[in-house]
Design a protein around this ligand. Structure first.
Ligand code: NAD
Length: 397
């Protein structure tokens, strides 16, 4: 086959597709990011990252300049690469149902551009069984294509370092598929771990759900301590200090974002909705903004108060507001308080946000809703609600 590229990444201008594409290109492969979103494609080709990802702007600049990388919204680019990596979004719907057809639908959509001899790597987090569905789709098309499932495990904000340091989970039905996928990821990381596709699908969902459950445990401990009038951070310090078996206990905080919650719900759906621990975690984590406001109501006359929210992203030092609980907090407070003012130095796609100085000067009470490091030291003269303990003054409300 005459191919001008090594890899095409479908969904290649997204939060995980783009870092993967440019890191592969930085390691010497010829890579195309194929994406439906033509304005983001143009932005990427102009050398601008469409979202914050530390270290990525430099890599993007390098691989555009040396010709190893380009973004495209032409599906013909899929025919030009030996390997096709699919990393489109796989959200749950408003009723928390996974869309098991999202990846098969996308593959069916570009199927006419696939060629015999290609390697198709599914990289999105999928509902278990999706790899099998895609294999059938490919079989039915009559094309001779190896299918692999190799889930992405980076955290946003750490993509550049983690893509070359985390072990890669590799799975495929055939030995040749495994070997080809290993060869691809060998370019990035020394260590690969081979399992079956079904094991890999569950490995990814268990990974995210495990983290979500740990956050829920910490958040429930926080509410228990808080209701008892005790500062959970003092207790957590006592538990974790030089005590290896509990050192990984997280602090309280809004556990949100585009992955942990939806993957816990994917796992619940997969297990016929029998997932007590997952559902309980969802109620605790999603309920935390309501808990915080209920506690604030005991302390402040909310109807007469302007509340300032600092930090709207779902995590620290990020501009990503997808599924951020800061917005749920804002909605609840908008209902209860005299006014709510919000700011975030990273978030640029919400024109309701105002300057931090204005929030600080006009508000009666400040809530820190994302743990951006700058909030540790920004001078604040008002009462502060800081469940992340970013200012080190405790978390008691
Ligand atoms: N965001 C994370 O930190 C993270 C980490 C690990 C795994 N994941 C998983 O990776 C997948 C992608 O997540 P994301 O956060 O990058 O999503 P995203 O929405 O940021 O990116 C998806 C991209 O795919 C494009 N797209 C959608 N359908 C397409 C199609 N048919 N053809 C071409 N392009 C298409 C979109 O325009 C978008 O640019 C999800 O399954 C997610 O669960 C995400």
């Amino acid at each position: 086959m005459e191919l001008s590229r090594n890899v095409v990444v479908v969904g290649g201008c997204g939060h995980v597709g783009l870092p993967l594409a440019i890191m592969l290109a930085d390691r010497g492969l010829k890579v195309v990011s194929y994406d439906l979103n033509s304005s983001v494609v143009a932005l990427v080709n102009s050398g601008t990252m469409p979202f914050d990802e530390p270290g990525a702007p430099e890599v993007l600049g390098r691989v555009l300049a040396n010709g190893n990388f380009e973004a495209s919204h032409d599906p013909n680019s899929i025919s030009q690469a030996e390997t096709v990596v699919v990393v489109i979004g796989t959200p749950v719907d408003e009723h928390l149902n996974p869309d098991a057809d999202a990846v098969p639908r996308a593959v069916a959509g570009f199927q006419e551009h696939l060629r015999d001899g290609q390697l198709l790597v599914l990289r999105s987090t999928v509902y278990p069984g999706v790899t099998r569905l895609v294999e059938r789709l490919i079989d039915q098309s009559g094309r001779r294509i190896d299918v692999a499932f190799c889930p992405e495990r980076i955290a946003e904000g750490k993509a550049v370092e983690e893509l070359i340091s985390l072990p890669q989970i590799i799975s495929a039905r055939t030995q040749r598929g495994v070997e080809r996928a290993e060869k691809l990821f060998d370019v990035l990381a020394a260590q690969t771990i081979v399992v079956t596709p079904e094991e890999a699908e569950l490995a990814k969902l268990f990974t995210n759900t495990w983290r979500y459950i740990k956050f829920a445990a910490a958040n429930q401990f926080y509410t228990i301590a808080n209701d008892f009038g005790l500062d959970f951070e003092r207790i957590r310090h006592a538990i974790t200090k030089d005590y290896p078996r509990a050192m990984d206990m997280p602090g309280a905080g809004f556990a949100a974002g585009p992955c942990l919650f939806k993957d816990t719900m994917q796992l619940a759906a997969f297990n016929n909705n029998n997932f007590t621990l997952g559902h309980a975690s969802m109620m605790i984590n999603e309920g935390l903004p309501l808990y915080v406001v209920a506690k604030m109501e005991n302390r402040f006359d909310l109807e007469a108060s302007t509340i300032g929210i600092l930090g709207m992203a779902f995590k620290g030092e990020s501009d990503d507001i997808r599924s951020s609980l800061a917005f749920k907090l804002r909605r609840i407070l908008a209902f209860k308080a005299k006014a709510v003012l919000c700011s975030d130095p990273y978030v640029t796609n919400d024109d309701r946000l105002i300057a931090e100085a204005e929030v600080l000067s006009k508000s009666d009470v400040i809530v820190i809703a994302a743990p951006h490091k700058r909030y540790a030291s920004v001078p604040i003269e008002k009462p502060i609600i800081d469940i992340w303990n970013i200012r080190g003054q405790g978390v008691l409300i």
